[in-house]
Design a protein around this ligand. Structure first.
Ligand code: E4P
Length: 215
């Protein structure tokens, strides 16, 4: 299992990689825009300057032709990039073509197990399942992740399950229990996963009589 940070914020990416447990970065158009820019290539270059992990960036096109052209352009920047393609009719056509060209893709905005099957058959390297956005619609995002993970396993599918739209440490635990390959979450989620008040209090009590001393 791998953990990715879901942000285009350079400070958060640096902090995330400093932890040593994060190996990739996922972005989407909103995440890029949050950094005050519409220059996707420029922002990805800034991200690459501070981390050597896999970077996910999304196409903007609406037709398969536009998606394919943009994916080829993105792929030309850096080979440790994965191109995110929305899971709709045009997206599936684009992923089918791009996978034959050896371009690594992640079908994104996946809300159903049936869509995840289409992603696999099109040859996507990843399927990004939107967990909390499914929960927000009144469906069980965790059950969804379990179903897709099981479905891929039973059918010996190589597409990796990427649990996205994940926000809390318990979300991470639940999708990890389902056996996902990757979890992506904002930097604060990874910090929250590590920090614990009882750990801090216990540590303080252990060190109470050691002030000013060293090993
Ligand atoms: C994943 O790749 C998406 O960019 C992201 O996880 C969506 O998360 P949100 O539902 O918190 O916007």
């Amino acid at each position: 299992m791998r953990f990715f940070v879901d942000t285009a914020n350079i400070e958060d990416i640096k902090s995330a990689f400093d932890l040593g447990i994060i190996s990739g970065v996922t972005t989407n158009p909103v995440i890029i825009q949050r950094e005050g820019t519409y220059d996707i290539k420029g922002q990805i270059a800034k991200i690459r300057a501070v981390c050597d992990g896999e970077i996910f960036t999304q196409v903007l096109g609406g037709t398969s032709g536009e998606m394919i052209e943009q994916a080829r352009f993105i792929w030309s920047w850096d080979k440790n990039i994965t191109v995110k393609i929305p899971l709709n009719i045009e997206g599936i056509k684009a992923v089918s073509r791009l996978s034959k060209e050896g371009i690594r893709t992640c079908t994104t905005i996946v809300y159903t197990a049936a869509q995840a099957m289409a992603a696999a058959l099109a040859g996507a390297s990843y399927a990004a399942l939107f967990v909390n956005r499914s929960n927000a619609e009144g469906r069980d995002g965790f059950e969804f992740v379990e179903t897709v993970t099981e479905l891929y396993r039973k059918n010996d599918i190589k597409t990796q399950v990427l649990a996205a739209s994940v926000n809390t440490p318990m979300d991470v635990v639940r999708v990890a229990l389902a056996g996902v390959h990757v979890v992506t979450a904002p930097y604060r989620t990874w910090e929250d996963m590590i920090k614990n008040r009882s750990t801090d209090d216990t540590l303080e009590s252990f060190l109470a009589d050691w002030k000013g001393r060293t090993i």
